[in-house]
Design a protein around this ligand. Structure first.
Ligand SMILES: CC(C)(COP(=O)(O)OP(=O)(O)OC[C@H]1O[C@@H](n2cnc3c(N)ncnc32)[C@H](O)[C@@H]1OP(=O)(O)O)[C@@H](O)C(=O)NCCC(=O)NCCS
Length: 334
């Protein structure tokens, strides 16, 4: 007896980003508000990180609210209806409720119910990872239009007396709509991780330690210099690889947006990539701070707003963070 033939799906040949949306925390927090608790100074923070102020969200404003706001802007600008979205992926490490996922709630809030929806934890590479998933799922035929978001309220998981990372961190969400395209719009990813160095940056404890062993509320910590060196040396190589696999060179780029972790890291990466002066560089960190998975779409949104002529050009983006996870790709700007 002949076996029935199984049908496997096949989707669009190419994909692209249709639009961006952004939402930052409602509070502007200057360095002067944070320095006393960490025995630091406005001057030190500006010199060593480039951060002048960061945006944080007030108590009643959650990461999921920021995600919804960013998503609504991206949908409004995309030219597609919310009910055409059949996939929602949110890169996040700071959902205060483990389940349901932020993505399922946001899908419903924006009118994309019953889209497939899930959160994805790749720390500061979260947006790059989520975009890679959306691209692959649309090209496989598993989805048609995707809402991809990076959303964080990191102020919930910081210790104001910690000098290693807390003063860098901020709250925000950035979103894009991804869909089919006649021409290639999302380059192949260069992505990976090194969990053997998981201690370099991450949470300093678990919820079980907190509940059962009198440990403090878990917060983010890092070995600043270890992460700094890795970000500068290893990530420059990965960014170059992302150009290679996309078949383009630095001279072909219109923009470069690395994860907004430290202005010195951004400058060093730009130097190592030998970017021509014409390439606009995302420097949103100066007034937004480090928003982990949200930082790349937020910085790109601002770059497009301030330089509308970038539209249609190529952007190289690279995210990197906890788990020593990284993700880079070249995309065509909407
Ligand atoms: C955290 C970071 C800003 C620290 O800057 P740095 O230049 O590496 O600072 P160092 O740790 O070398 O310390 C230099 C000096 O500043 C002091 N210092 C460290 N943190 C300080 C702070 N928050 N405020 C004031 N002084 C500080 C140190 O004690 C040290 O003093 P000393 O020279 O008298 O010993 C930087 O390492 C960094 O950005 N790391 C990577 C962040 C990143 O990419 N994270 C990715 C995951 S989100």
């Amino acid at each position: 007896m002949s076996q029935p033939v199984l049908t496997q799906s096949k989707g669009a040949e190419f994909t692209r980003i249709y639009s961006y949306g952004a939402a930052r925390g409602d509070l502007v927090v200057p360095n002067s508000e944070l320095v006393e608790a960490i025995d630091s100074s406005d001057e030190w923070i500006q010199q060593r990180t480039g951060i002048i102020t960061r945006t944080r969200a007030s108590a009643g404003l959650l990461a999921i609210d920021l995600a919804t706001e960013a998503a609504q802007e991206a949908i409004a600008k995309s030219g597609i209806r919310p009910d055409q979205i059949d996939l929602v992926v949110i890169g996040t490490i700071s959902n205060v409720q483990q389940t349901p996922s932020m993505a399922a709630i946001v899908a419903d809030r924006v009118g994309a119910n019953p889209a497939a929806a899930y959160d994805s934890n790749a720390a500061c590479a979260g947006f790059s990872y989520a975009l890679t998933q959306a691209d692959a799922l649309i090209r496989s035929g598993a989805a048609h239009y995707a809402l991809v978001i990076g959303a964080e309220k990191l102020s919930d998981i910081i210790d104001p007396t910690d000098r290693s990372i807390s003063f860098l961190l901020a709250d925000g969400a950035g979103a894009v709509i991804v869909g089919p395209s006649d021409t290639p719009g999302i380059g192949a990813p260069v992505w990976g991780s090194d969990g053997s160095k998981g201690d370099a940056v991450g949470m300093n404890g678990t919820l079980i330690d907190y509940r059962d062993h009198g440990a403090p509320w878990p917060t983010l910590r890092q070995e600043g210099q270890t992460v700094f060196r890795w970000a500068v040396w290893e990530m420059a190589k990965m960014a170059k690889q992302a150009l290679d696999v996309a078949g383009v060179t630095a001279a072909d780029l219109a923009a470069f947006v690395p994860h907004q972790a430290n202005m010195r890291i951004i400058d060093e990466l730009a130097k190592q990539l030998d970017l021509p002066d014409s390439v606009k560089i995302g420097r949103d960190i100066a007034t937004t701070g480090n928003t982990s998975a949200a930082s790349i779409p937020l910085a790109t949104h601002r770059l497009l707003q301030e330089n509308p002529e970038l539209s249609g050009g190529l952007l190289l983006q690279i995210g990197f963070g906890a788990g020593l996870v990284f993700g880079a790709q070249v995309v065509r700007l909407p």
